[in-house]
Design a protein around this ligand. Structure first.
Ligand code: F6P
Length: 360
């Protein structure tokens, strides 16, 4: 009997999501003859009546799809169905509506592409609604526990690296200290990786407290050696010299990290007399063509997730470890964020290269 699989993307978008959608659909439909229903805008699609879904045709999901940024299914990162903000400002539990839609659509299983926040919600829904569920990790932040890589991270690192490549000549032309603020929410994975790959002089990540004097001394030392510029990379969740996180407040009531680059630029200018400029990379890190690495990871995860469902192994997340795809309990993946290890290989690499991490 033909089975029906629901597929949704949830949380912030990133490079490689369409490659996941393509891989899941091609393998489920092409190899196993399943029908795949794409659910629009994460769980929001199952709150609509009729549910906002579209059948995914493997013939239409050709390789061009892999080259597209974003997600053709749409996504949302604001709406928790267990505490759903209603128009009157109150919160309601709308999880039963989602579960009802899942069963009305006669779905046999669900694959969700998300980060740890989305997985916590999707797992709760799956348990409440007896839904066979598999998670595929995606996030530019790369902070999902249990996997060495999440879809979207490689693309974000590449975008940030390319930004440093572009900042270096203009920094050198104008004798400036350039500060590049990158995303990563509470983890410094993008900053440390792009900083190393892009030849940064200073890398600041939330996992390693910094002292401004150390940064200033490093820039002075570069000057004494004849360097007329410096490149600084800061993760958005690095605290200000006063020990505060720097946020942007949005008219809708949400807040997100943003602005630490400018704070650091002023502080570094005051301490060193250097001319400073700031680039906030923002959502550029999430868009554009996914890298080959993300397309490969997305394809491998998509195929493995379908195989897990076929094998009847649910409540799990596919993960990348030691150059292969494995699967782990979802409970493990949502047990807390995976942060940069302050003594891990990338931090040791940065130290070994003489990159200043502001520590000490
Ligand atoms: O989690 C991905 C991410 O891009 C973070 O790096 C960033 O802090 C956040 O999402 C931005 O969220 P929004 O899309 O709501 O601006």
């Amino acid at each position: 009997m033909t089975k029906r699989l629901g597929l949704l993307t949830s949380g912030g978008d990133c490079g490689g999501l369409n490659a996941v959608i393509r891989a899941v659909t091609r393998h489920a439909a092409g190899t196993y003859g399943w029908q795949v229903l794409g659910i629009r805008n994460g769980t929001m699609g199952l709150l609509r009546r009729p549910p906002d879904v579209e059948p995914l045709d493997p013939e239409r999901l050709d390789a061009a799809m892999m080259r597209l940024g974003g997600t053709v299914l749409g996504t949302t990162n604001e709406r928790d169905p267990f505490a759903f903000r209603m128009p009157d400002g109150n919160f309601a539990d709308r999880s039963a509506e989602i579960i009802e839609a899942y069963h009305t659509l006669s779905l046999d299983a669900l694959i969700g592409v998300g980060g740890d926040g989305s997985f916590a919600i999707l797992r709760r829904l799956a348990q409440k609604g007896r839904i066979p569920f598999i998670g595929i990790p995606k996030t530019i932040d790369n902070d999902v526990r249990g996997t060495e890589a999440s879809v979207g991270y490689d693309t974000a690192v590449w975008v940030a690296t390319e930004a440093l490549d572009r900042l270096q000549p203009t920094a050198a032309s104008h004798d400036r200290v350039m500060i590049l603020e990158v995303m990563g929410r509470d983890a410094g994975h993008i900053a440390i990786a792009a900083g190393i790959a892009g030849g940064a002089d200073v890398i600041l990540i939330p996992e390693i407290p910094y002292r401004l004097e150390k940064i200033a001394a490093h820039i002075e030392a570069l000057r004494r050696r004849g360097r007329n510029f410096a490149l600084v990379v800061a993760a958005e969740s690095v605290k200000s010299p006063q020990g505060e996180w720097v946020y942007r407040f949005h008219p809708g009531g949400q807040k997100s990290y943003g602005g630490i680059g400018a704070v650091l630029a002023d502080a570094i200018a005051a301490l060193t007399g250097a001319e400073t400029r700031v680039t906030v990379l923002g959502h550029v890190q999430r868009g554009g063509q996914p890298t080959a690495g993300d397309r490969l990871l997305a394809s491998a995860f998509g195929v493995a997730a379908v195989d897990l469902l076929v094998a009847g192994r649910f409540d799990r997340m596919v993960a990348w470890r030691n150059r292969s795809v494995v699967d782990i309990p979802l409970a493990e993946a949502i047990a807390g964020p995976h942060l940069v290890d302050p003594d891990g290989p990338l931090v040791r690499t940065a130290r070994g290269l003489g990159i200043c991490l502001g520590e000490g």
